[in-house]
Every structure is written in C-alpha cells, then in structure tokens.
Design a protein around this ligand. Structure first.
Ligand SMILES: NC(=O)c1ccc[n+]([C@@H]2O[C@H](COP(=O)([O-])OP(=O)(O)OC[C@H]3O[C@@H](n4cnc5c(N)ncnc54)[C@H](OP(=O)(O)O)[C@@H]3O)[C@@H](O)[C@H]2O)c1
Length: 286
C-alpha cells in the first residue's frame, strides 16, 4: 500500500483515530482531517510513534464551514496528484439546534453536506487512482429517521436523535446515488455501521434523557479498535474490490431501512444537497 493515499475526517478521536492508525500501519499515506490542530497533532504523533510511518499528515478543517471544505480540497489537490481512499468518518449529534457559518443546521451540515461537498471537490483526484474508494460512516440510527423534506433542517421541530438519524440516513442515500453515478468509472462507494462504540461520541450531552441513555449504554459498547474494523475493511480489503453501493455492518452487507432504499428519497436529497452546498456552481468555477 506504499503509494496509496487515504484522507480520513475526524481522525483525532475514537473510530477515526484507530482507522487512521491501522491504515498508516498498513503503509498508506494518511491525511488526517481535524478541526482542532492541538488535538489533531497529538493524535498524529501517537500514530507515527505507534506505526513508524512518517507519511501521516494533519490538515485543519472545520467541516461545518463550507469555505473551510473548499480550502481543504484545494490544499489536498495542491499537495497530492491522486487519492485512493476518501473516508468520511467525522460526525456529531447536537444537543441543541445550532447553525453553521452558512446558516445551515449543524448536524445535517457536518454529517451529510460536508461529505457531499468534499466528495465532489476531490473527485478529480479520486479519478487518478487505480482503485478509488469512498467510504462513509453511517449508523443503525438511520432507522429512526423522519426525513421530512419540508423540514430537513429541523426549523419547525428539533429532536437531537431524529436530526442525527436523518443525517445518517442521508449518508446511505448519498452512497447509493454516488455508487450508481460512478459505476462506469470504477470508483466504489460504500457505507457502514461501526457498532455501538465507546468513544467521545455524544459526550457533550448534559443530564437529559439522551445523556442518561448514553451513560447507561456505555458499558455495553465495543472498543474503538473493534468499532474501526469495518471502516478499515472497506478502505483496504481486496475482498471488497469492485463492491459498491452497499451498507455494511460487521464487515458484511446488510439491508438498510426502506427509506434508505427509496429512489425518490435519494434523488430528492441529491437535488437539495446540491443547492445547499452550491456544488454545481463551485464545480464550474473550479
Ligand atoms: N460511537 C458510536 O457508537 C457510533 C455508532 C454509530 C455511528 N457512529 C459514527 O462514527 C463516526 C465517528 O464517531 P466516534 O464514535 O469515533 O466519535 P468521536 O470520538 O466523537 O469522533 C468524532 C470525530 O468527528 C470530529 N468532528 C465533529 N465535528 C466536526 C467538525 N465540525 N469538523 C471536523 N471534525 C468534526 C470530531 O472532532 P473533535 O474531536 O474536534 O470534536 C472527532 O474527531 C461518526 O460519524 C458517528 O456518527 C458512532
């Protein structure tokens, strides 16, 4: 895997950090995308020390800000002539409804719109790889999605778990559309559920019901090492060469919810995502 380049978002913590470490151990050049340089640099040093691979770089980007994402893509394109694996791992669940710099609901923006925009901006680099893969960390929580296209940004009603579930459903719909569109080009797109994993995820929650549920569930969660296995498998295993458009759990394809299989949902979400990220406009200006 000497010449292989992998970009992974949210690589300073939890599932992302273990995934970055193991792909570095396998010999890949790893580009760690993190919003906090201090945390990111600490994680990068740990990975270099643990693997002996010096080709691990840190790129700063707050994925809630589309201008940051555009800058990130420019930096990557300037520094690398190809990209083999684009791994969308960063994610959050917001206790309260907040807005991004572009005025978008933060959960949808970070968990879905950021992967949507970043993928489009990095497609030219992926096209230069021999066997490019796009991997997105979704969740079984997608089964609780409401996906109300008239209130995709939870303006009328915000419930943290529903906003999160919607964004994770969006990950699967996006993956399926992408796989269809890129099939002729040999670029694969898959997504996954990592399991219930003991990470920092949701640790910012206060004393509400969801915070209590997370605290109670934590002892039953698997380790980040175990939780990263399916991400690593989809990013690097020859066993999934050519496999595309699938949702995986424990390294096996799994049927997602009916909402995730709907062509109407996939197409509608794609159109809205294009508008909210101004993707077409950005690609023509490119
Ligand atoms: N843990 C679970 O049980 C579980 C289950 C199903 C799915 N997942 C999914 O797994 C993925 C990884 O989560 P995790 O469990 O490893 O949680 P985690 O330890 O909290 O890691 C999340 C990562 O995303 C980053 N991130 C969040 N907002 C960001 C932003 N605006 N810009 C850039 N980076 C941002 C975080 O950065 P900071 O450290 O700076 O906050 C962190 O590096 C997520 O997509 C999550 O939805 C997790």
């Amino acid at each position: 895997m000497e010449n292989q380049v992998c970009l992974i978002t949210g690589a300073n913590s939890g599932i992302g950090q273990v995934t970055a470490r193991e792909l570095a151990r396998a010999g890949m050049t790893v580009l760690m995308v993190c919003r906090d340089v201090r945390k990111g640099e600490a994680a990068r040093r740990e990975i270099v020390a643990a693997t002996g691979n010096g080709r691990v770089a840190l790129l700063r980007c707050d994925l809630s800000d589309q201008e940051d994402i555009v800058q990130l893509a420019e930096d990557v394109r300037r520094q690398h002539d190809h990209l083999d694996v684009l791994l969308h791992n960063a994610g959050l669940i917001g206790e309260k409804r907040t807005l991004t710099a572009q005025g978008l609901e933060t959960t949808l923006a970070v968990n879905h719109l950021a992967p949507f925009l970043l993928t489009h901006l990095l497609l030219p680099l992926l096209r230069r790889s021999r066997e490019p893969r796009i991997v997105t960390v979704s969740s079984e929580a997608h089964r609780f999605a409401r996906l109300d296209f008239n209130d995709l940004q939870s303006e009328k009603r915000y419930a943290p778990l529903v906003a999160y579930a919607d964004s994770k459903l969006a990950n699967i719909l996006f993956t399926r559309s992408l796989a269809n569109q890129l099939r002729g080009e040999g670029i694969t797109a898959n997504c996954l559920h990592p399991g219930g994993v003991a990470t920092n995820f949701g640790s910012g929650f206060g004393g509400g019901l969801l915070g209590l549920a997370m605290t109670l569930a934590r002892p039953f969660f698997i380790s980040p090492e175990k939780g990263a296995e399916t991400s690593i498998f989809l990013a690097s295993s020859p066993a999934v060469k050519g496999v595309s458009g699938q949702y995986f759990d424990r390294k096996k394809p799994k049927e997602p919810s009916q909402k995730a299989l709907s062509h109407y949902n996939a197409q509608r979400l794609w159109e809205i995502s294009e508008q909210l990220t101004r993707t077409r406009e950005r690609m023509t200006n490119d």
